[in-house]
Design a protein around this ligand. Structure first.
Ligand SMILES: Nc1nc2c(ncn2[C@@H]2O[C@H](COP(=O)(O)OP(=O)(O)OP(=O)(O)O)[C@@H](O)[C@H]2O)c(=O)[nH]1
Ligand SMILES: [Mg+2]
Length: 201
């Protein structure tokens, strides 16, 4: 019910809320920094950052110039809808904006908590191994998009992109994929187009 309350708030204000989940260090914040820097004149962004400790990620987003709230979960391993609701009261995102919610880095706990988001995006990086979708299926079950990040490292690691896609489709046949290198910029235009489609939807 609390997640539905957030969903109603987003619908009433026509805000596209996106929940980014991944294991620690897959590149969520880097992806958000690059996205905001490239598109902030075109799209109003608001950001909620979730980490157990530190303001590090909020400070990185703050440097891009968009409004951001950091939630520290302490010993908790995920964001929940109540945390997001109280962050929304401080952040007060504009109508017709995109709300980027970076969850705590963890492929397990965040899978179980609906935040009221419109879309869930799983980021996996090529250094993690291509079997992640079948080892951690729950997080893929309700995911709309899988971003395969750090593709610039593919020459140095054993990671079969097609195998990962096949594994993820076994769990969520409708899932979409975008391959990116957030640091080098490869694939970012496809990701920006996907983001624009969420806003118009
Ligand atoms: N080579 C390479 N490194 C990347 C890429 N994207 C991110 N990184 C690096 O990966 C590390 C972690 O990136 P973050 O963006 O902090 O990852 P995160 O998912 O936000 O991490 P947590 O919030 O701690 O879960 C940093 O050293 C980034 O520079 C990429 O596309 N290629
Ligand atoms: Mg981060």
């Amino acid at each position: 019910m609390l997640a539905e309350r957030n969903r109603g708030y987003f619908e009433a204000k026509n805000i596209a809320a996106l929940n980014f989940v991944s294991s620690p260090g897959a590149g969520k914040t880097t992806l958000l920094e690059k996205t905001i820097t490239a598109l902030k004149e075109e799209i109003p962004f608001f950001v909620i950052e979730g980490d157990q400790q530190t303001m590090n990620d909020a400070e990185r987003i703050d440097a891009t110039g968009v409004p951001v709230i950091q939630i520290n979960t302490g010993s908790g391993c995920h964001l929940d809808s109540v945390m997001v609701n109280s962050a929304l009261k401080q952040l007060s995102p504009d109508p017709d904006s995109i709300l980027l919610i970076e969850n705590v880095g963890n492929l397990v706990c965040p899978a179980l908590f609906d935040l009221g988001e419109a879309r869930r995006i799983v980021v996996i990086s090529v250094t993690e191994g291509d079997d992640k979708p079948i080892k951690y299926p729950t997080i893929f079950r309700n995911a709309d998009l899988c971003i395969i990040n750090k593709t610039d490292l593919l020459p140095y690691v054993q990671f079969d992109v097609e195998k990962t896609k096949e594994y993820a489709r076994r769990i969520q046949p409708q899932i979409e994929f975008i391959e990116t290198s957030a640091t080098k910029g490869d694939g970012m235009e496809s990701w920006f187009d996907w983001l624009r489609r969420q806003r118009s939807a």
